[in-house]
Design a protein around this ligand. Sequence first.
Ligand code: CMX
Length: 134
Amino acid sequence: MVKKINHIGVAVHNIEEALPFYQQQLGMLYEGSEVVAEQKVRVAFLSVGESRIELLEPTSDDSPVAKFLEKNGPGTHHIAYEVEDIQAELASLKEQGVRLIDEVPRTGAHQTQIAFLHPKASGGVLTEICQAKH
Ligand code: CMX
């Protein structure tokens, strides 16, 4: 079972250009940015209360986020749910017939373990599950 929404991913062409809307106009707290090299993205986190937005900027033309931007333009990219035990959650989802993109977790931002479910399993919404680093 999922515990809570960990973050909402938003695809942008350029993090610096997107930041003023979230940071200054909405007044969210900028938590920092990092490159997730394996996924060819740079991410920036902004928070308000317990809620977080993850801005995703492609670091190369063949990044999956570059493909998303080309197809859809900037906008909501995924919803990430936090789980206690990602391996157990993936096994349970698989057993229930949910189509997965990742059967084995990969490393996301902040060294979290993450896995994506196929958007066809969730009405077109790309869904991530993530387990915080213990
Ligand atoms: N929303 C809805 N549908 C999406 C989607 C999105 N954001 N991204 C991809 N899809 C769809 C594709 O259109 C495709 O549909 P069809 O099968 O109908 O053509 C399908 O999902 C599979 O996509 P793909 O790109 O062909 O498949 P891949 O296995 O190569 O990659 C995915 C899938 C989701 C992992 C990749 O596209 C992606 O977005 N990777 C980056 C993930 C990311 O955000 N990483 C940073 C996370 C850091 C963190 O949160 O910690």
